[in-house]
Write a protein that binds this ligand. Structure first.
Ligand SMILES: [Ca+2]
Ligand SMILES: [Ca+2]
Ligand SMILES: [Ca+2]
Ligand SMILES: [Ca+2]
Length: 569
């Protein structure tokens, strides 16, 4: 990066000193000096997307808390039962592919807990009706098995049958999605709805065709698609019930929707507009890469014609930024994505004490970006489709300190606040039942305590939510970077200092220091900086030094101007 040398460095330094003293005396008026005026007119920000203020808690509803046993349907399914289907591993380890009982009520009764951890949104797994039996086709799932659906149920919600109807396991009397999302909103929590358009339920290889499997119903209850237990290549293009599906296999035995059929776009547009009316605030789009950009562009246009700027992010489970970034481009629908390259980098760093913070820099794309805007990405270190992060308590604390201060919109998978089932994969326990008891004791866990602190600091500071990120020093155990938000009269800078070592470390910085009086948002202490910094961080510690005021340090301004270029107008 080139650094433009200021022509009037001395004058500029003098001005910063004046400005700092103005700030210290609490004076907010614009300095009369013309150069300072120019500085205060500079805009620096990573994003102006409203959703960037959010922090998202991801709940697999069936696995969170069962607050209403009356919707568990323990005898459902007949000879294909759906309740509590354990997969047993060695040494008493267990996973489960049946319904366990978690419901809307279980989330709502813990709304205060989720909010108190510092989250502002809850992402729910899909809520639409799934089949009422376990799947008898495919290959039998066993403990630790992958890409097999035999014997599984739709407890996860990704096997939609009627995309206008809620699954009977989720709601309670007078507490359907509409009431749930309104109740959550009254607690200060938005709802991110997980949506699927790529596929319905498993649709073929059943010894005998099962009810609801391979079928899709419209809002009025009419059957509009039926795979009829046929292999995709056997579907008849002249049969209107087959036309909804593609005639080649995609994922496992899932019915794969035919994106070339306008009825498919029409159906999912209507269905998901309906759920916005019922209270969804944003969408997470499942398996987005399994349908072409044209479909998602048309879908996004349809949604935003009614709900301008509606925020959506997609799941393209691929580690190449160039590839997943395509979805974020306006011509492809301007759908944000889950930052899988970031997830990989974060687990590499926070699972291994020998790693370096420097390994995190490459996924950020702060200088040049394939993404429409890297600041709008959803950042996370694990989810339901992969092994939970295999870190110790300190690793989780350090990961959260990074996640809630670096660029992106943080997502935390339920249970990670206590390191629940750390290291376990799908079908090995990564979706195990969390339960009220664990939640009731969660705040005694050091991970939850540290998460609460850093998440609240992010929630209270626009610089951490939307500020431009300028990395200063990324070393093995320590990192130092700025988040600068200077826009429309709001001027806030965060200087973030991280230590992931198990002993105290001192961070020394000798350049790019914005002079001024900072407040460490973690503990409230005041730190006055001139042209260098020496700061001792606790073991696995974080400092977020907040400066309210404009950036005046010329080299810093020059670097921020370059970084600003990655942000779209
Ligand atoms: Ca229940
Ligand atoms: Ca059902
Ligand atoms: Ca069927
Ligand atoms: Ca597909």
């Amino acid at each position: 990066m080139t650094i433009i040398k200021p022509k009037h460095a001395k004058l500029s330094l003098l001005n910063s000193a004046i400005l700092s003293s103005l700030l210290l005396s609490g004076c907010n008026s614009t300095p009369a000096n013309p150069q300072n005026k120019a500085e205060s007119n500079l805009s620096f920000y990573g994003t102006s997307e409203p959703f960037a203020s959010e922090a998202v808690y991801f709940v697999m509803t069936d696995r969170f808390v069962d607050a209403d046993p009356s919707n568990n349907y323990e005898t459902q399914g007949g000879k294909f039962p759906t309740f509590n289907r354990e997969l047993k591993g060695e040494d008493g380890k267990v996973a489960n592919v049946g319904y366990i009982g978690g419901d809307y009520k279980g989330i709502y009764q813990n709304a205060d807990y989720i909010k108190s951890l510092g989250f502002s949104s809850v992402w729910l797994t899909p809520i639409v009706d799934n089949p009422d039996q376990n799947f008898s086709g495919g290959e039998e799932i066993t403990y630790g098995g992958m890409f097999k659906d035999g014997g599984k149920t739709g407890y996860h919600g990704y096997w939609g049958v009627n995309f206008f109807e809620e699954d009977e396991h989720l709601y309670s009397d007078n507490f359907k999605f509409k009431q749930y999302s309104a109740a959550m909103r009254s607690k200060g929590l938005k709802t991110v709805l997980d949506i699927v358009a790529n596929h319905g339920s498993p649709a073929y290889t059943m010894p005998e065709d099962q009810a609801k499997f391979g079928e899709i119903y419209d809002q009025d209850g009419s059957l509009i698609a039926d795979h009829q237990n046929l292999h995709p290549t056997k579907l008849d293009p002249n049969n209107s019930l087959h036309q909804f599906y593609r005639n080649e296999p995609d994922l496992a035995q899932l019915s794969d929707t035919n994106f070339e059929n306008p009825a498919v776009l029409d159906y999912f547009t209507r269905a998901y507009l309906y759920w916005i009316e019922q209270g969804a605030d944003a969408f997470r789009i499942d398996t987005i890469r399994h349908m072409p950009h044209e479909f998602w562009k048309a879908f996004a246009d349809n949604i935003r014609a009614k709900h301008p700027d509606f925020f959506m992010f997609g799941e393209s489970f691929v580690y190449e930024a160039d590839f997943i970034a395509e979805h974020t481009l306006p011509e492809n629908g301007k759908v944000s994505v889950l930052d899988f390259p970031g997830q990989k980098a974060m687990t590499q760093v926070f699972e291994n004490k020998d790693s370096s913070f420097a390994e995190l820099e490459s996924y950020l794309y702060l200088q040049q970006s394939p993404y429409h805007n890297p600041y709008d990405l959803m950042t996370f270190y694990d989810n339901h489709d992969m092994a939970r992060m295999n870190a110790d308590t300190q690793g989780f604390i350090n990961a959260n300190n990074w996640l809630f201060t670096s660029r992106g919109i943080p997502v935390v998978y339920y249970g990670s606040e206590i390191g629940f089932m750390a290291g376990t994969k799908e079908h090995e326990g990564n979706r195990n039942y969390f339960g009220q008891q664990r939640i009731d004791s969660a705040m005694s866990n050091p991970i939850a305590q540290a998460l609460k602190t850093i998440a609240h600091v992010r929630a209270e500071h626009v610089a951490l939510q939307k500020g431009l990120q300028l990395n200063i020093d990324f070393a093995k155990d320590t990192a130092a970077f700025y988040r600068v938000y200077q826009k429309d009269g709001v001027n806030q800078t965060a200087l973030v200092l991280l230590n992931k070592a198990n002993q105290a470390k001192t961070i020394e910085l000798t350049n790019l220091i914005q002079p001024g009086s900072y407040t460490n948002a973690i503990n409230g202490e005041t730190i006055k900086l001139a042209d260098k910094l020496s700061y001792q961080l606790d073991a696995n510690g974080v400092a977020v030094l907040i400066l309210d005021g404009v950036i005046t340090q010329p080299e810093l301004i020059a670097q921020l101007k370059e970084l600003q270029q990655v942000v779209p107008e």
